[in-house]
Ligand binder design. Structure first.
Ligand code: OGA
Ligand code: MN
Length: 281
């Protein structure tokens, strides 16, 4: 179980923000997410999420209800659009490679999942996601984020001009998962709260640029994917049991490293739905 030395009393003064030192990401320590949070703590966390895009809290002991409650501070926690077997708390979605009686207990298996923004194949994608680590593999299975605001900022002015007004089709590789129509989003979106622009494309779910030839689209997307995953825009989280990591899907993309099929990984996932269409940058 998580190693908790002192009981936490959730005072604003005991909360610490420790930036990862990378392109994004910060740890928040001194807070027990299973206990009620005061308004100043909630505001502090929301501000930290805007500033750092990904936050992690170590050593948490959370019930499903605790996780859903915490998620609700950032919008409406919803049941994931992907079907999953019966579970007690519907807003909890299991990410796991394990099977029980030959049936997967969760989603995503053990292979690599390349960079994406959650639910971008939907007209109103996910805004904020949270993952809570229950069991983690001995090797592999880290999660990596890229800072798509910093990546956008670093583009040449000519490229920024070229991207203006472009839209891209996003589609899930499991065909039934998609709406019956093609969903497209701006290639550059603007964060509704910070106003910052970011690249909103990733190799896992972004298929092609609307109105471009397949060759030109592939070339442009390939260039953007290579740009956004330069080391200076990345940060990797090495999981520990008891970590709760939350991220804002609008200014970031994330990928999951593979891990051996013989290892066990169980995560609990919650999703915020804020009824938002990505805003044209
Ligand atoms: C997700 C996801 C990555 C991971 O839950 O949306 O991409 O590390 N998970 O499990
Ligand atoms: Mn994801």
């Amino acid at each position: 179980m998580p190693d908790r030395k002192d009981p936490l009393n959730n005072s604003f003064d005991s909360m610490r923000l420790i930036p990862s030192g990378g392109a994004l990401g910060a740890e928040i320590s001194g807070i027990d997410l299973s206990l009620p949070l005061s308004d100043d703590i909630k505001d502090g966390i929301r501000k930290a999420l805007l500033d750092h895009c990904v936050l992690f809290f170590r050593g948490q002991e959370l019930s499903d209800e605790n996780q859903v409650q915490f998620t609700s501070y950032f919008g409406k926690p919803v049941q994931h659009v992907r079907k999953q077997r019966e579970r007690r708390v519907k807003e909890i979605f299991i990410i796991s490679n394990l099977t029980q009686n030959g049936e997967p207990i969760g989603a995503l298996g053990n292979d690599e999942i390349s960079f994406h923004s959650d639910l971008s194949y939907m007209p109103k994608p996910g805004t904020i996601s949270a993952l809570y680590a229950v069991e983690i593999p001995e090797v592999g299975g880290a999660t990596q984020w890229c800072n798509c605001q910093a990546a956008y900022e670093a583009l040449a002015p000519s490229m920024k001009g070229r991207l203006q007004g472009l839209r891209a089709v996003h589609r899930h590789y499991v065909e039934e998962q998609n709406p019956t129509y093609l969903v497209d989003h701006p290639v550059v979106i603007r964060h509704p709260e910070s106003g910052k622009k970011s690249l909103y494309v990733g190799p896992h779910l972004t298929k092609h640029i609307v109105g471009m030839s397949p060759e030109d689209s592939e070339e442009l997307l390939g260039e953007l994917f290579a740009h956004q995953t330069k080391p200076e825009f990345l940060w990797t989280h090495q999981w520990q049991v008891g970590d709760l990591v939350m991220w804002d899907n609008r200014p970031t993309m994330h990928r999951r490293e593979p891990f051996p099929a013989t290892e066990r990984r169980i995560m609990k996932r919650t999703q915020v739905f804020n009824d938002e269409v990505p805003v044209d940058g």
